[in-house]
Design a protein around this ligand. Structure first.
Ligand SMILES: [Fe+2]
Length: 234
């Protein structure tokens, strides 16, 4: 089975195909991870991390909502394959949540950042070399395009921050999408204002308040429905 990294766009089903869209995001992630390697601790690193979060979390959320359920329906071993990547996504969520609690400089932070980059790269390899070629082998090109359109629609309206407590599977993650997306994207706006106008502490305080609201929303029992026990945190 050929990795989607080694096929051209027409072999992958053209620009609408989920396979082309996935690879495009993975290439963007690779660029950002190289930028993160060279970023200075503090504002520079935070800026790159913000870009990575806004790429990675909606991307993974849409995979968990649209793509992995399709793989579980189509492949006899889809359950085990998707659980592997859901565990990687869960680790990314937990590492990111840990990072937000750490001081901006220090050995603990660089260890978490290194592990985060390693897991993100492993996740891309698992998807491009195993899961997505398996999907390609059992799916028509029109269906790959329909999946691409559905995945993109969810990705554009998905949460942009880590939510380790929410289920990695439907129905919990689908129910979580609307409230957490509103909270996350509001925080993205407030944080952008705070970066542009550092004296405007109200924006930082409002973002912190929304983070606490998001924490309470995450723990609503219904948003944890469907979770495999191995990706559940208390
Ligand atoms: Fe992906």
């Amino acid at each position: 089975m050929t990795s989607i990294a080694d096929q051209d766009a027409s072999q992958l089903g053209g620009p609408l195909s989920i396979l082309v869209r996935q690879r495009r995001d993975h290439e963007r992630l690779d660029v950002l991870l190289h930028q993160l390697d060279g970023a200075r601790p503090g504002a520079d690193e935070d800026r790159v991390l913000g870009r990575i979060a806004r790429l990675v979390f909606p991307h993974a959320f849409a995979e968990e909502s649209v793509l992995w359920p399709e793989l579980r329906r189509r492949l006899p071993d889809g359950e085990a394959l998707t659980l592997q990547v859901e565990r990687e996504h869960q680790e990314v969520n937990e590492l990111w949540a840990a990072l937000e609690q750490l001081p901006p400089v220090g050995a603990g932070r660089s260890d978490v950042l290194k592990r985060l980059a390693d897991v993100l790269r492993e996740d891309v390899r698992d998807e491009e070399d195993v899961l997505l070629p398996r999907l390609q082998a059992t799916t028509s090109v029109p269906r790959l395009r329909a999946l691409g359109v559905a995945w993109e629609a969810v990705r554009r309206t998905a949460p942009t921050r880590p939510h380790p407590v929410v289920s990695r599977r439907p129905p919990g993650n689908a129910l979580a999408a609307a409230p957490l997306t509103v909270l996350d994207r509001s925080r993205d706006g407030l944080d952008a204002v705070a970066r542009r106008v550092p004296r405007l502490q109200a924006a930082t305080r409002a973002s912190g308040a929304l983070a606490r609201v998001a924490g309470r929303v995450e723990r609503a029992g219904v948003l944890r429905l469907g979770e495999d026990p191995s990706t559940r945190v208390e």
